[in-house]
Ligand binder design. Structure first.
Ligand code: NIG
Ligand code: FE
Length: 406
């Protein structure tokens, strides 16, 4: 006989399980939670006999998997609003990076910031995401670029999760940019990343994955390969900022290491798409960066669909290319800028975002056995989640079956 902690009744459920039913919808549904997991869900008329300690009517609201932001750079100090103004006046992102601005100006501010102030700033951004129904967030390091500050950022990512209750996946992005003290010596910096930073990160269990930036203004394919070989030898999965500003073969490189995801992809070729499909690597699209950089080249969306590559959407929240702390806004941008369907967008921040973090076994769909990470929405249909911008229809957010505090 069932023994449930919580039974949610009178709901419409978008399970987001893949299949022929749009959104994996179950109407007039109920969902039961035991031990923080989904113990049962289905049409309300078929609830098995059992007892629930608490029963709550959802009064027709929609339940979806809690949203997942699978690509962010939330841990940093300062901002780059002045640089944003320069770009509006005509300077390019690459020009600013070459002049020592861009990522390097955030690195200077982040190195100078104390751990507590970084934690406060990171928590503020996490809480902004939470208001959009986000209950798993990936946070990258990458604004330290020295051992001490990279470890500091990863500790902040872990601490921000404890402080807010929001589950965080931490990613080591030491190979984000060449720090000023290594200018002209990028191989030496990669050596530092591989021989000192990565072992320290792994030993202290500070990261769940390793990322790198493969681009003409950052690191070459062979340098990234060295980072990925080291990560793999330490048992850490990899992901890649790939083909954002040029086709550097990033998608192929990510696929050759069975990366969890390849992200950005505006300049990815057909061969790159085929490689992603072959490796089961998730394509993470970042419409906020596309918008902010006024990019005109679209990621190869139709080709990704044709090759059945899973597509995720994320904010890429960062002070340079995507000052966006709203995953719902990113979903809406993905419809308008990339013509993704609202269903593709919702899958992109639930099922496919979970896959991009290697968390599919536990999160990303509403299914019996998965953790009860659930968003409750005051909407008539889940297509509204990619339609409105700035209207907060969230009426509840559960993590492991418990309401996540504000
Ligand atoms: O995802 N592409 C590199 N990294 C970030 C930008 C970071 C920055 O400009 O501070 C991105 O777009
Ligand atoms: Fe990024």
């Amino acid at each position: 006989m069932a023994d449930w902690e919580l039974l949610l009744t009178d709901a419409s459920i978008a399970t987001m399980c893949a299949g022929s039913v749009p959104y994996g919808t179950v109407e007039n549904a109920a969902l039961a939670i035991a031990d923080g997991r989904i113990a049962w869900l289905g049409p309300q008329s078929t609830i098995p006999a059992g007892k629930a300690q608490v029963t709550r009517s959802m009064a027709g609201r929609w339940l979806t998997p809690a949203l997942i932001d699978c690509h962010t750079h939330l841990a940093f100090a300062g901002n780059r609003a002045a640089e944003f103004e320069k770009r509006l006046a005509g300077a390019s992102y690459e020009d600013i990076a070459r002049e020592g601005g861009g990522i390097m100006s955030t690195v200077r501010a982040t190195r100078a910031a104390c751990e507590d102030s970084l934690l406060q700033q990171t928590c503020r951004r996490l809480r902004a995401l939470r208001r959009d129904g986000v209950a798993t967030v990936e946070i990258k390091s990458g604004y330290g670029l020295d051992l001490e500050t990279e470890l500091k950022l990863l500790r902040v990512a872990r601490a921000a999760s404890r402080a807010t209750g929001i589950p965080v996946s931490a990613t080591f992005l030491g190979a984000h940019a060449i720090p000023a003290e290594y200018r002209g010596k990028s191989n030496d910096y990669i050596e530092l990343v591989c021989s000192e930073m990565l072992p320290a990160v792994a030993e202290n269990h500070l990261a769940d994955a390793v990322d790198a930036y493969c681009e003409t203004i950052a690191f070459s394919s062979s340098q990234v390969a060295r980072v990925f070989e080291t990560a793999s030898s330490l048992g850490l999965p990899v992901k890649l900022h790939a083909d954002q500003l040029s086709d550097s073969g990033g998608a192929e490189l990510a696929a050759s290491f069975s990366a969890l995801s390849a992200d950005h992809l505006e300049y990815t070729s057909l061969a790159g798409v085929r490689a992603l499909a072959g490796a089961g690597t998730v394509a993470v699209l970042l419409p906020g960066a596309f918008l902010t950089l006024r990019e005109t080249r679209q990621p190869p969306i139709q080709s990704l669909r044709d090759h059945a590559v899973s597509i995720a959407i994320a904010t890429d929240c960062n002070p340079g290319t995507s000052p966006i702390c709203s995953l719902r806004t990113s979903m809406s941008l993905a419809t308008s800028l990339f013509r993704l369907t609202p269903e593709e967008c919702l899958a992109g921040v639930t099922r496919n975002a979970a896959a991009a973090l290697g968390l599919s076994a536990d999160r990303g769909t509403l299914e019996i056995g998965k953790r009860a990470d659930i968003a409750v929405w005051d909407i008539d249909h889940p297509n509204e989640l990619s339609y409105w911008m700035g209207l907060n229809e969230l009426s509840g957010l559960l993590v492991g079956g418990k309401e996540l505090p504000n």
